[in-house]
Design a protein around this ligand. Sequence first.
Ligand code: NAD
Length: 352
Amino acid sequence: MQTVRVEAQNGSYDILIGRGLLAQAEQALSMCAGRRALVVADTNTAPLYGQAMLRALGLAGARASLYTVPAGEESKSLAQLAALYDAFLDAGLSRRDFVVALGGGVVGDLAGYAAASFLRGVRLIQVPTTLLSQVDSSVGGKTAVNLPRGKNLVGAFYQPERVLIDVDTLDTLDARQVGAGLGEVIKYGCIADEALFARIEQAGGRAALWAHIDGVIARCCALKADYVRRDPLDKGVRAQLNFGHTLGHAVENAAGYGQVLHGEGVCMGMVAAARWGEGWGVTEPGTAARIERVLRAYGLPTQAPNLPREALARAMRLDKKASGGRVQVVVLERIGRAATHEVDQAALEALL
Ligand SMILES: NC(=O)c1ccc[n+]([C@@H]2O[C@H](COP(=O)([O-])OP(=O)(O)OC[C@H]3O[C@@H](n4cnc5c(N)ncnc54)[C@H](O)[C@@H]3O)[C@@H](O)[C@H]2O)c1
């Protein structure tokens, strides 16, 4: 088992990473002894891991129960949030009790925001079960639900007391979701860790990388923890985590949510941002080709699907807060080092 410490102004905690952790999580959950714990899972993770989670909490001395939400982004809604508050009331949760988010980023964001806001904050444990949530969304304290007019418009920074990553839960995740998570893993290499990128490059594909995926997840968590420590409220350097998002978000939106997974959009966006950066003279030549080769080796998309340029530009305008017609784009100086570059909105749209 590996431990990564997250030191944030608004709360410090350990991320525990290992194989088979759920079956032996008693010690890791010792803070729940004598407390109530409501496990929030979705219709996929509840049948797969709900009982193991309840058992671990029971062994740790908690009075645990399970609440299930429908799988999918639609559950990050105000209606589902209200239903969750009801479940918290039914379970008799007090501020000393726990919400345990067992699932991917959807469950983590929804249950996390419910925990942040119910009674002005009940205690939270994240048990992420997708690769994306293990390397990204469960770490750093961002929680949110969506409004009909946009994603993540209501939320809070709310740190968990513990993150428990059982790498074995990835065995049941479908290959496309694994790929979306790998896109985020590759992104960490691009923005902050050339050695990680080289390790992924040398492994040459998913099967070989999987032999040491726990170490890779731990490294990504450590990199995210460092961004969170330096910028807990996402007002500065944490923006580098948005590498690949300028085009990625636009493609996700323009294609219609669910058509292109977030991590897939990021893959396409990373190649584009590296090309733009080379064109602007800020990115080392050859970087885009290197990223593209790695993505191909891992069966990940490198190019945006054929979408009307105007739809992409509109989606980008909605997503990017342009000030005075200028937008900030996260670019690479080289693999392992990110920077921001300001460009004209119109010039950026011309590159689509
Ligand atoms: N808070 C943050 O910092 C942050 C960062 C990135 C993304 N997000 C959010 O995360 C969400 C996406 O998260 P996601 O990609 O994990 O999606 P998700 O939670 O929808 O999970 C993807 C699918 O996999 C299923 N699943 C989860 N774990 C499984 C397992 N072990 N075995 C089998 N199936 C499993 C889920 O039921 C779902 O159908 C988005 O809402 C996004 O906004 C948040």
